[in-house]
Ligand binder design. Structure first.
Ligand code: HEM
Length: 492
């Protein structure tokens, strides 16, 4: 009788194990190949967490452009090279449009807003944000005018340096943040404003924590949030402070809102909330507004200002390119008026330098993680719904089959034989497909207007010999950041 009981118990346990693991392994039986994972730590021994994209590039030599890698217990499908990334994001856009939901972010902000949301919520918020960011009539000024005004303030700051050495980091990040402030809050802040500086330092601290190894470890092993809560508590405190700042701004907007004339992004969202108040499926609520505003700051500040910072460094390294851009500015715009977006069509060389800057600096080498929205057949493999996908942007921006000299800074990558601007489909610093950067248009406008205004007004000279300038990034875990530097801004 005892033996019978044991046998029954054993078969129940085996049956359950089969149901749990058997079903799971058959779900993943047609996944792309990859290195064999160890229990718990996965392939971490083969990966450099400070530059995951470099480890992925090496593994590609053995496993090919579509492979499965385990970051701890997390299974990730890695896509390498233009063909694989384009096929997934552009040719199967719906399947690869999901955002990988990290347990850390779920605890910090939940899956609200734009960057971390999925499904119907993401669709509603994304559609609204894109159309509002495109709405050049919003507020009393167009977005182009806000940027032109900010570029003027930035120029004044550089002029105040009076030819002494200057680290541009803080000024560039204040100018770029002010563009988001203008769009979101309908106002810019003085560069010395205490509240503004406080907001920027909170955003900066959070971004650094989110790009740190602690974030990666928390995402792979969520249990660490409980075991080693220090860095998590810091992140949570920052997020709560930013939420408090944003909530105050929203309250002020509510008090002065005129419903048929939105002044900015917050007004437009509040109006939409009112219009949809009878719709039970609406995603236009306060929680989504607060996190979307945070998303615009987080995604729109460091990205654009770092690109400008790296861009100026490149121009000092290659002074002949700086001179050529200035010649074009003088010929098309002159010195007597502010650069405008209309000028860009006539400035092929400057446009090519800006595109090449974005390609070469490879700002977000790994891209953000996606996930599959449904069971997906891709190149003969079956990737189950909810699998994390990493479309590696570095592998596209340096794809040897797409660029003549991938490792050289060469504006010629974007010029045809007549010196006219020529696009390359492998130009993907903003990613591609349905999750493509929501601020691409805005970022391009900022890069052109800030860059051309600065070079119209100054020549930038390094404080060391150009050939000693190092272009190697200081950090490359999530963003590639340049080594801090100083320059002389010489008025022209
Ligand atoms: C040079 C500047 C910028 C670069 C290189 C850049 C790059 C990127 C990349 C690589 C992604 C991930 C795309 C993906 O998941 O496939 C992204 C997403 C995003 N970016 Fe940007 N970005 C820049 C500027 C901006 C600006 C100025 C804004 C906003 C005002 C912005 C807002 C966003 C948002 C909201 C997302 C998430 C989109 C979604 O999940 O649907 N970005 N960006």
């Amino acid at each position: 009788m005892e033996l019978f009981g044991t046998l029954v118990l054993a078969s129940i346990v085996l049956g359950l194990l089969f149901l749990i693991f058997g079903r799971d392994s058959s779900r993943y039986s047609k996944m792309p190949p990859g290195p064999t994972p160890l229990p718990f730590i996965g392939n971490m021994l083969q990966l450099d967490s400070r530059a995951l994209y470099e480890s992925f590039m090496k593994l590609k030599e053995t496993y090919g452009p579509v492979m499965t890698v385990h970051l701890g217990p997390m299974r990730v499908v890695v896509l390498i090279g233009f063909d694989a990334v384009h096929e997934a994001l552009v040719q199967q856009p719906d399947e690869f449009a999901g955002r990988a939901v990290s347990p850390l972010i779920m605890k910090l902000t939940g899956d609200f807003g734009l960057i971390q949301s999925n499904g119907e919520r993401w669709k509603q918020i994304r559609r609204f944000s894109l159309s509002t960011l495109r709405d050049f009539g919003m507020g009393k000024r167009s977005i182009e005018e806000w940027i032109q005004e900010e570029a003027k303030h930035l120029t004044e700051e550089f002029r105040k340096t009076n030819g002494s050495p200057c680290d541009p980091t803080i000024f560039l990040s204040r100018a770029v943040s002010n563009v988001i402030c203008s769009i979101v809050f309908g106002q810019r802040f003085d560069y010395q404003d205490k509240n503004f500086i406080e907001l920027l330092s909170l955003l900066d601290a959070n971004l650094r924590l989110l790009a740190s190894p602690a974030r990666m470890l928390y995402s792979m092993f969520p249990v660490l949030i409980k075991l080693i809560p220090g860095p998590f508590n810091k992140m949570l405190k920052n997020v709560n402070e930013i939420k408090r700042f944003t909530s105050n701004m929203i309250s002020q907007h509510k008090e002065t809102l005129v419903s048929d004339s939105p002044r900015d992004f917050i007004d437009s969202f509040l109006i939409k909330m009112k219009q949809e108040s009878d719709n039970p499926a609406t995603e236009f609520n306060l929680e989504n507004l607060i996190i979307t505003v945070m998303d615009l700051f987080t995604a729109g500040t460091e990205t654009t200002s770092t690109t400008l910072q790296y861009g100026l460094l490149l121009l000092m390294k290659y002074p002949h390119i700086q001179e050529k851009v200035q010649k074009e500015i003088d010929a098309v715009i002159g010195r007597g008026r502010a650069p405008a977006m209309e000028d860009r069509r006539k400035m092929s060389y400057t446009d090519a330098v800006l595109h090449e800057t974005q390609r070469f600096i490879d700002l977000v080498p790994l891209n953000a993680f996606h996930w599959t929205t449904k069971d997906t057949v891709f190149r003969g493999y079956t990737i189950p719904a909810g699998t994390v996908v990493s479309p590696v942007l570095h592998s596209v921006l340096f794809d040897k089959t797409k660029w003549a000299t991938p490792y050289t800074f060469n504006p010629g990558h974007f010029l045809d034989e007549n010196g006219c601007f020529k696009m390359n489909p492998a130009f993907m610093p903003f990613s591609a497909g349905k999750r493509v950067c929501a601020g691409e248009g805005l970022a391009k406008m900022e890069l052109f207007l800030f860059f051309s205004t600065l070079l119209q007004n100054f020549s930038f000279q390094p404080t060391e010999e150009p050939d000693k300038i190092s272009l190697t990034p200081n950090s490359k875990s999530f963003f590639k950041l340049p080594v801090p530097y100083t320059f002389f801004a010489i008025p022209r």
